[in-house]
Design a protein around this ligand. Structure first.
Ligand code: ADP
Ligand code: GLC
Length: 493
């Protein structure tokens, strides 16, 4: 199959969270499975310097945004066998210090930036000599792609590709004033309650849900959750209407990147049968973070965007209580100033127990995964979550709230006394989290039990093979455009 993936961030070129990891790895995995994959993404500041092999393609284009035309220039990189990456150069939109925001303030023109990007995706899909069978967009930034393709079909694009939209996080929908719709150049009938309109506003993600041939999200449980009022972010009813084309597919893990045996970031390699190296990683991490170096004290860690979703409020409250016990905690993250302050304050009051690193640091992320004994993810909701899966591979026991992908990927003792590999709690409360931390403290001194948890986790396989198989199945579940209408009509009749 020929698949064109489109995403506003792709690892290793740009990254603010798991979306980048997921799309980068999906591209590689599709190519490894024998498909032809290409990825299109914006050319952000710094990418050309970091990847000098990028080539300028002899192709620039002008695309309409309302009654104005904006110029774009194409760059490309042969990244792996059967995997090419396209970059859209538009200096005014993408050559900036941040991806979506600076100093916690969103760029005010994110609507036009990603509308332009979506138009570039469709332009490429249509005019590249390489014609994709599927255009697979990710999140609201590419939400308008299916509608733009449909409109081009109406205007005579006979063999237009089928479309897939993956929802990585329903909380971000790309909602903009109605006036922005004029910039899409879509026909007015796309702006209705059954399409892109959302209470008088333009909702890019909703447009994707309405017009994509298939919708996926990043775990089976999250696929069920988003059709409920509690997790539906106002779109649960709409998603229920489209439930027939919605599937949940758990993300895979890129084990070439996230492994403990060949990893330039780690102090010492280790493996499921050679666990000794993990102790050295713990010792060196404690040293690096200026925490007392002591093997006996359990070390808890978190790496996270510091956002509402991630359960920072209950984590701060639970730690407040639990820090009376003999434990250490470290966090790496950035985000809401209020949460950053909260952690800094905790560290100020508990300098021997808490280490806080505000910022983005890939090496430290690997070291925390390897050096900690337990990894905390008390998310309010979590579409998939990658860090708990990284933790499992690193022999670091995840403590998670049973929601979304966290529930799908971690096994608690209560679920299986043989396969258990983590600790789950259910209520979204500091009390429930503190109780889970207490359970971890009880497991820690029991060397045999601790080892069992670790080894069970390290043996779990979330490799991309299975995930890719499911995506290809999903792509194939859309009938070719010509036969599709008839079949749907027959079923409806
Ligand atoms: P989300 O995408 O919601 O942020 P995920 O668990 O899916 O959550 O993915 C987060 C990814 O971002 C992981 O690869 C994690 O290691 C990385 N990450 C998050 N914050 C930081 C940080 N401050 N420094 C380095 N990596 C980070
Ligand atoms: C989103 C979600 C996260 C998921 C990631 C990759 O950022 O918040 O749960 O793992 O996308 O799909």
């Amino acid at each position: 199959m020929k698949i064109l993936l489109a995403s506003s961030e792709v690892y290793p070129f740009s990254k603010t969270g798991g979306l980048a990891d997921m799309v980068g790895a999906l591209g590689v995995a599709l190519a490894e499975a024998g498909h032809e994959a290409r990825i299109v993404t914006p050319l952000y500041r710094g990418i050309r310097e970091k990847f000098p092999a990028l080539r300028k393609v002899d192709w620039n284009f002008y695309l309409p945004l309302g009654d104005k035309f904006v110029a774009g220039q194409l760059w490309e990189l042969d990244y792996a066998p059967r995997l090419k990456i396209y970059f859209i150069e538009q200096p005014e939109f993408f050559d900036r210090a941040g991806i979506y925001h600076e100093k916690n303030i969103s760029y005010p023109d994110n609507d036009t930036r990603y509308l332009f990007f979506s138009k570039c995706v469709v332009h490429l899909a249509r005019y590249l000599p390489w014609q994709p069978d599927i255009v697979h967009g990710h999140d609201w930034q590419t939400g308008l792609v299916p509608a733009l393709i449909l409109q081009a079909k109406r205007e005579g694009w006979g063999d237009a590709p089928r479309t897939c939209l993956t929802i990585h996080n329903l909380a971000y929908q790309g909602v903009f004033p109605k006036a922005v719709f004029a910039l899409t150049n879509l026909a007015p009938d796309f702006f209705t309650p059954s399409g892109a309109e959302f209470f008088g506003f333009l909702n890019c993600l909703k447009a994707g849900i309405a017009f994509a041939d298939i919708i996926t999200t990043v775990s089976p449980r999250y696929a069920r959750e988003i059709t409920t009022e509690e997790f539906g972010c106002g779109l649960d009813g709409f998603l229920r209407t489209h439930a027939g084309k919605l599937t949940g597919i758990l993300n895979g893990v890129d084990y070439a990147e996230w492994n403990t045996e060949k990893n330039r970031h780690l102090f010492k390699p280790y493996s499921v049968t050679q666990l000794a190296g993990k102790k050295i990683n713990k010792r060196e991490l404690q040293r690096q973070l200026a925490l007392p170096v002591n093997e006996k004290i359990p070390l808890f860690g978190t790496i996270s965007r510091l956002a509402e979703q991630k359960g920072v409020d209950i984590q701060l409250a639970a730690l407040e209580e639990m820090l009376q016990a003999d434990l250490q905690f470290c966090v790496l993250g950035s985000g809401s100033p209020e949460f950053e302050r909260g952690y800094r304050e905790l560290a100020r009051r508990n300098p021997d127990k808490v280490a806080v690193r505000i910022g983005y640091d890939e090496t430290l992320a690997h070291r925390i995964e390897a050096g900690c004994d337990f990894f905390l993810m008390p998310s309010r909701f979590e579409p998939c979550g990658l860090n708990q899966m990284y933790s499992l591979r690193y022999g670091t026991i995840p403590i998670v709230r049973a929601t979304g992908g966290l529930d799908d990927s971690v096994v608690d003792y209560a679920e299986s006394s043989k396969k258990m590999n983590g600790i789950k709690f259910y209520d979204y409360s500091a009390r429930a989290l503190a109780k889970a931390i207490r359970k971890a403290m009880a497991i820690y001194p029991n060397a045999e039990l601790l080892k069992k948890f670790r080894q069970n986790g390290m043996r779990v396989d979330f490799s991309w093979k299975t995930t890719v198989r499911d995506y290809v199945k999903a792509y194939n579940s859309t009938n070719p455009p010509s036969s599709k209408l008839n079949i749907t009509n027959i079923v409806r009749l």
